[in-house]
Design a protein around this ligand. Structure first.
Ligand code: NI
Length: 265
């Protein structure tokens, strides 16, 4: 069984055919799909989907998160973090995310992104839930802020999670491991020049989980089309090839990792 630890299948790109998408995921062996929220409104949508897809006999089980994507922070109200806090207390919420930093699109609100990131980290520590982190061209600040928050937290040991769609740089790999975080490996791992650094190949298998980031970052050979959770099997196959493991071994290890990190029983 595979787990897609990161899929935005609550977005409009899946409005017309979600049932078929979930059927294909089921056929590809995907047992769970984790839904990272992107803003306050999306959290309710994630919870609705989780409630209506909770029975493993009827296809993949969907699990919800609460958080504001760094790119959504620009439009966020200051009290949105209060809303996130209220919603995140719900026991159906398995993780805080996605949060993080994105310096690629817009550098006009770095300070606000960093403030929201710190608030998410503190919330995750308070609630003892894992963090799902987005990093685009912001590795140094992201690691620095995580380290500072860990240092200052009365619950440092609770601060854990994943660098989703890990994209390096090489020097960053060791720092992520030293912080005790996992790496999310997705579609970019199947690209020839996907930005996933060489050092990823020496990361202990125990620290790796699989994801798609659907509908984005579609793995080879489907690049240019919409990504979907069934394609997590292509990521597993590529990882197996690069590590000299069988797909079954990769599935077993990464599924156990994801279950432990997200508290899935
Ligand atoms: Ni995402």
């Amino acid at each position: 069984m595979l787990i897609d630890t990161h899929a935005h299948i609550f977005l409009e790109q899946f409005e017309s055919d979600l049932d078929r998408v979930l059927q294909r995921a089921h056929e590809a062996g995907v047992g769970y799909i984790l839904l990272p929220a992107i803003d306050v409104a999306s959290i309710s949508r994630c919870l609705e989907l989780a409630d209506s897809h909770a029975n493993p006999d009827h296809g993949p089980v969907l699990l919800a998160m609460a958080g504001i994507h760094p790119s959504s922070v620009k439009e966020a109200a200051e009290n949105d973090i209060e809303r996130i806090r209220e919603l995140a207390e719900d026991k159906r919420i398995i993780a805080i995310g996605e949060t993080g930093l994105d310096y690629y699109w817009d550098r006009s609100f770095d300070d606000k992104q960093q403030a929201f990131l710190r608030a998410h980290i503190r919330l995750a520590a308070a609630l003892d839930k894992p963090l799902v982190l987005h990093d685009r061209e912001a590795s140094d600040d992201l690691v620095r802020i995580l380290s500072e928050e860990k240092e200052a937290s009365p619950h440092a040991e609770r601060i854990r999670g994943v660098f989703h769609c890990f994209g390096g740089p090489d020097a960053h790999t060791e720092r992520v491991l030293a912080l005790g975080f996992h790496m999310g490996i997705g579609g970019t791992y199947t690209f020839k020049n996907g930005g996933v650094p060489e050092s990823t190949n020496t990361v202990p298998m125990e620290r790796i989980i699989l994801e798609t980031d659907a509908p984005f970052l579609t793995p080879a050979p489907h690049r240019g089309t919409r990504n979907e959770p069934a394609y997590v099997a292509l990521v597993a196959a590529k990882l197996a090839e690069n590590r000299g493991l069988t797909v079954e071994e990769v599935s077993r290890i990464t599924t156990a990792n994801a279950k432990a990190l997200f508290g899935i029983s």
